[in-house]
Design a protein around this ligand. Structure first.
Ligand code: PMV
Length: 390
């Protein structure tokens, strides 16, 4: 009997409160209709990775594609216990330099599940194939989606599946999803050193979440279902630049903000309060479906992010040109960027009734990759589970 499992998880955007959430203030985030798919299947023993190996393929559309073989016993990892009957000795590990870091989240998911759930590949090799519509380093939660979908697909594959318990299936699903969320958050934390729970919660549950006093609350907001937004991404680096860079990018920016807060304590107190209030008012505006007010609040949020130093020139230009062309609101989303890091990052735009096309074109001319996204939507999905005779 052979098995194959396919799981998918969505991207996210932070609408309000990024950075301020790190200091305990509110943040509002939502899933968007771009997904990352992970397929886990049994691998033929005579493949390049042979029996017992993990063979990982990652294809990030449209920027990137790479293929890496992983073995137990690979350089610098699991050294002493790495042989597994000598299979790892040959180290048929392609060192793509930075590219190998790109699969840090997949490797960490495997390691975490081996340690926490005792999954193992005694039955043969495992192929993990990832296809993503989520650009990297864009503040769209590609790493969280990778962790959530990889953890879920592997757990399902190895019999720790979502909804696999006995009894009330609904309750089981809730519990199992919560376990995936927590596992995925731990994996992301292990790779990045710091990560807010927002991304993995959204990738797991979909919909929208409000973080309030450090607690992640799932939320239903009339205005936040199926809202059409634009995301302009500057310098979406190909995955081959290494995902850990992206984790580090957020980390570095968060550290800079912290340092600035220490220097300007009282000013930051006011900024934090202003952000708290902006997010609260945004929730109210969304309840009333008042998008003009919502857009104005996005612009205020952008100004606050500028004040704390996370709006590089290139992202500033994208926001300004969008506002000029009639967007109801335009703001940096996610960690933002730094000029010294090439201004890599994203802006989120709420177009008005007209002018969407012009805004898109203007952002493209400014060098951005522009995505049409729709908010809300499903979280983690087991797309396919298949047992077939070999
Ligand atoms: O750009 P992203 O998706 O890594 O978002 C970072 C959001 C921050 O608030 C800056 C950090 C966090 O962990 O919440």
């Amino acid at each position: 009997m052979k098995r194959r499992v396919r799981a998918s998880a969505p991207a996210k955007v932070i609408l309000f409160g990024e950075h301020f959430v790190v200091f305990g203030k509110r943040a509002l985030a939502t899933a968007v209709n771009r997904r990352l798919v992970v397929e886990v299947s049994e691998k033929d023993g005579n493949g390049r990775s042979g029996k017992g190996g993990y063979h990982i393929k990652i294809e990030n559309i449209p920027t990137f594609g790479l293929e890496v073989d992983l073995f137990r016993g690979e350089k610098g990892e699991k050294g002493e216990e790495g042989e597994e009957g000598g299979r790892g000795e040959a180290l048929p590990y392609k060192d793509y330099g930075e590219a190998t870091k790109a699969i840090a989240y997949v490797k960490e998911s495997i390691k975490y599940l081996e340690e926490s759930y005792g999954i193992n590949r005694e039955g043969g090799g495992v192929e993990i194939e990832i296809k993503s519509e989520i650009p990297l380093s864009a503040g769209l939660g590609s790493s969280a989606a990778t962790c959530v979908a990889t953890v879920a697909a592997l757990k399902e594959f190895f019999g720790w599946g979502v909804g696999g318990g006995e009894g009330d299936l609904e309750a089981d699903l809730e519990t199992d999803l919560e376990a995936v969320r927590e596992d995925a958050h731990r994996v992301e934390l292990a790779v990045q050193g710091a990560a807010s729970p927002v991304d993995t919660a959204i990738s797991t549950y979909g919909g929208s979440v409000l973080v309030e006093q450090g607690e992640v609350k799932r939320l239903r907001l009339a205005g936040l279902t199926g809202l059409n937004l634009l995301v302009g991404c500057v310098g979406c680096l190909p995955l081959s630049r290494g995902t850990s860079d992206f984790g580090l990018k957020t980390k570095k920016i968060v550290e800079q903000v912290k340092a600035r807060k220490e220097t300007f304590k009282r000013i930051f107190d006011s900024l934090l309060e202003a952000s708290e209030e902006t997010t609260a008012e945004a929730v109210a505006a969304l309840r009333e479906r008042n998008f003009v007010r919502l857009g104005a609040l996005m612009n205020i949020n952008h100004g606050l992010l500028d004040a704390i130093g996370v709006v590089p020139r290139r992202l500033s230009e994208l926001a300004k040109v969008s506002q000029e062309l009639g967007a109801l609101g335009a703001k940096v989303t996610g960690a933002g960027g730094l000029d010294e890091m090439g201004g890599v990052g994203s802006v989120l735009v709420l177009p008005g009734a007209v002018g969407r096309g012009k805004i898109k074109t203007a952002m493209e001319i400014a060098g951005a990759l522009v995505l049409d996204v729709k908010t809300g939507g499903e979280g983690l999905k087991i797309e396919e589970k298949f047992d077939y005779n070999s």
